[in-house]
Design a protein around this ligand. Structure first.
Ligand code: ADP
Length: 257
């Protein structure tokens, strides 16, 4: 794979107690910098603005009011980019912030602007770090929509930027035959070639405290990748160096292709 979109979930960036997981930030920067130096074209889609915002404002849980969540996301987004800038600077890699909404590629003008921006950045070996623009959209915040925690935004970006591979890093080792957080005897499924009602049934509802999408939105993303002849790997983001193993073809996580 030469053009790769990596999506990192809130659950990988924020500890369950609400603290920022600095090791994950560092290992992500280290791994993506090494791959960038090898000539891979990388786009990082990062969630976590709200989680970082909660931490910054010393709050324990997400406010219920959507406007308050958007405000927290605005606070957290700049802090999130500060954390990434610090870690990527350490590895001498340039990054850029790209804030999108899910429908940006539906309009010819904004589609062209977005694609031109991505292409310029990739040509200059800069890693775009994408998030939903939470000030003007609530797709990621509103639990009733099916977008959820950037899983689908990452698939939309992978699709339009013609990426070979989408890597989704989460807090579980892959896709299981039942929710592993609820059933100790759940089994990891290594390969999924098609996604139907059965898969959606075993995906259940949303997962972690700060995460919003759960497995459902990851399957929608995977289905899109399969339908477009791309691949998606779902793997555990607790150590992002797992991306090296994925690219080396080692059997980690779940491969959807
Ligand atoms: P992230 O913040 O990384 O996007 P989420 O919490 O949104 O993570 O989604 C991952 C969660 O999905 C897992 O921690 C797990 O609780 C839940 N889940 C539900 N069904 C499954 C399944 N069949 N296999 C794996 N995880 C599942």
């Amino acid at each position: 794979a030469n053009r790769i979109v990596v999506k990192v979930g809130t659950s990988s960036l924020i500890h369950p107690n609400g603290a920022v997981n600095l090791e994950t930030f560092d290992q992500l920067a280290y791994t993506l910098s090494a791959l960038n130096n090898q000539g891979k074209e990388l786009i990082l889609v990062s969630s976590g603005a709200i989680g970082v915002g909660l931490n910054k404002m010393h709050l324990k849980k997400r406010p219920t009011e959507i406007g308050a969540q958007q405000a927290l996301a605005a606070i957290g987004q700049s802090e999130l980019m500060t954390l990434f800038t610090q870690r990527f600077d350490h590895y001498l890699t340039d990054i850029a912030q790209v804030l999108l909404t899910h429908d940006i590629f539906d309009y010819p003008k904004s589609n062209k602007f977005a694609m031109d921006t991505f292409n310029c950045l990739l040509n200059d070996n800069v890693i775009p770090i994408v998030n939903e623009n939470d000030t003007v959209a609530t797709d990621e915040l509103d639990h009733h929509t099916t977008f959820g925690d950037n899983d689908q935004l990452s698939a939309i970006v992978a699709s339009h930027m013609n990426a070979d591979l989408l890597i989704v890093l989460s807090d579980i080792d892959g896709f299981y035959d039942q929710n592993p957080k609820k059933f100790a005897d759940a089994n990891l499924i290594s390969n999924v070639a098609s996604i139907n009602d059965d898969e959606f049934t075993i995906a259940g509802g949303a997962g972690s405290r700060f995460g919003t999408g759960g497995m459902h939105t990851k399957l929608i993303a995977a289905k899109r990748m399969i339908d477009e002849d791309r691949a998606m790997v779902l793997a555990n983001g607790k150590d992002p160096r797992i991306i090296f193993d994925i690219l080396a073809g080692k059997p980690v996580g779940t491969l959807f292709s």
